[in-house]
Design a protein around this ligand. Structure first.
Ligand code: APR
Length: 260
């Protein structure tokens, strides 16, 4: 491990007090909730980061919405092709790998993510609940047409017309103003209901209903740790706030499970 990584690791280990270490070693029923910050260290800008290059003059909210798609579908589809290209060049980082280790080691642990990039799955996380869909899924925008497909070709832009009805294909993600997939939300809510321990990593907690999940778990008596270099509305209510990157904090938490 490089000296800088050792330093960062030592710093976050200082933040992990005995109570948190003991809780994890007890292997509680755990829910992991992640946001765009998890993929920041894979080179994927978060939603609240300023956009770069060609898209710097737009905010995601101006592109990830039914109104934007209605007004200029080609521009929205170009933006999603740009994001898929960026994601295709990215690899899961130490945070994604640590989430998989935690899911494997903690009995009944589940992952609920707001991320649509599929990097958790690439890191081996199974049964991830994708509250906001997945950028690699396409579905027909025509009302009544149920065509949906998974676009796995990382080397070419996604097709834009439905093979069944010829209408335009849109990304299988949840846009601003749209409802979340009912089953995914119900499962996430249920997991928050029964969790003893919640790890919230890389989310600003600005977008509901995902942002309400940790608070729901707190009301049921769960212990909550937040991992985020910045403070959020959850920071005050969480039992621990590890003010560092998920790529550093999550491996430190996972290592507690290896320690004798
Ligand atoms: N490690 C941990 N957290 C990080 C890191 C990192 N390396 N880098 C940035 N962050 C934090 C930021 O401080 C911020 O609080 O990640 C958070 C990212 O917040 P957002 O960009 O708002 O992303 P997210 O919370 O996932 O947004 C939720 O909003 O735009 C919609 O549908 C979109 O799923 C998205 C939802």
């Amino acid at each position: 491990m490089q000296a800088a990584d050792r330093q960062r690791f030592a710093a976050v280990s200082m933040m992990i007090d005995d109570r948190l270490a003991e809780l994890i070693r007890r292997r509680p029923r755990t829910l992991v909730l992640t946001g765009a910050g998890l993929s920041a260290e894979s080179g994927i800008p978060t939603f609240r980061d300023a956009q770069t290059g060609l898209w710097s003059r737009y905010s995601p909210a101006e592109l990830a919405s039914p109104e934007a798609f209605e007004a200029d579908p080609e521009r929205v589809l170009d933006w999603y092709d740009w994001r898929r290209e960026l994601i295709a060049r990215s690899r899961p980082n130490a945070g994604h790998t640590a989430v998989k280790r935690l899911l494997d080691a903690l009995p009944g642990a589940r992952l609920v993510t707001q991320n649509v990039d599929g990097l958790h799955q690439l890191a081996g996380a199974r049964d991830a609940i994708e509250l906001h869909g997945n950028i690699w899924r396409l579905r027909c925008a025509a009302p009544g047409c149920r065509h949906e497909r998974y676009w796995s070709d990382r080397t070419a832009p996604a097709p834009r017309s439905c093979p069944d009805c010829g209408k335009i294909l849109r990304p299988g993600v949840v846009w601003f103003g749209e409802s979340l997939p009912a089953q995914a939300l119900a499962s996430a809510w249920q997991l928050a209901e029964v969790a003893e321990f919640v790890i919230v990593a890389g989310t600003s907690g600005l977008v509901h209903p995902a942002a309400a999940l940790p608070f729901h778990a707190l009301e049921q008596g769960a212990r909550v740790v937040e991992i985020n270099p910045d403070r959020t509305a959850l920071s005050q209510a969480a039992h621990w706030h590890l003010a560092c990157s998920s790529g550093t904090a999550l491996p430190a938490l996972a290592d507690l499970l290896d320690a004798p």
